[in-house]
Design a protein around this ligand. Structure first.
Ligand SMILES: CC(C)(COP(=O)(O)OP(=O)(O)OC[C@H]1O[C@@H](n2cnc3c(N)ncnc32)[C@H](O)[C@@H]1OP(=O)(O)O)[C@@H](O)C(=O)NCCC(=O)NCCS
Length: 142
């Protein structure tokens, strides 16, 4: 299975974005091609795709901000779910983050996404007592 996992590249942007769109994870504020380039430049080993016969079926972005590891944009094409791809991508991103020195991973799940929350809970994640606050900076309404 791991043979299908490789690092995301800049050339993958359109295909990866369409996987995120189908999964309703994208677009988010500021997540354009420049954002994608910066994300890959900062996390070259932890942004991963699942590819079969040249087609991207799933994605995950592991990110290391120097303090904590984060998981973003775990998504699998609808027709390819429930075959272990999501779990394998998550596990691979965790290994890559661990190799960088990360010892705790955070991730955010929309309140209404109970399915994803239970998916993560079955994989060792715990609910945290922390609320996520946010603020748009100039340009956030673009
Ligand atoms: C979350 C997601 C990435 C999982 O991908 P996947 O390839 O299906 O993952 P896996 O095959 O490894 O695991 C799927 C699990 O869901 C379970 N499942 C599948 N369909 C189910 C259903 N209808 N009801 C309950 N459980 C179901 C499977 O049995 C499996 O259980 P397990 O956790 O005990 O292994 C995928 O559902 C997805 O892309 N969702 C939309 C995007 C999203 O919400 N991402 C998370 C953002 S925080």
């Amino acid at each position: 299975m791991e043979d299908h996992i490789s690092e995301m590249t800049l050339e993958d942007f359109e295909e990866v974005a369409s996987v995120w769109e189908e999964a309703e994870l994208w677009p988010h504020v500021g997540e354009d091609r420049d954002w994608f380039e910066r994300a890959l430049a900062r996390n070259p080993t932890c942004a991963l795709v699942w590819r079969e016969e040249g087609k991207i079926l799933g994605t995950v972005i592991g990110a290391w901000d120097g303090l904590r590891g984060w998981i973003y944009h775990l998504a699998v094409l609808k027709g390819r779910r429930n075959r272990g791809l999501g779990g394998a991508l998550l596990a691979a991103a965790e290994v890559r983050l661990w190799e960088l020195g990360v010892r705790q991973i955070n991730l955010m799940v929309y309140e209404e996404n109970g399915f994803a929350e239970s998916f993560y809970l079955r994989r060792g994640y715990e609910r945290s007592p922390v609320n996520v606050l946010r603020k748009g900076l100039p340009g956030a309404d673009r």
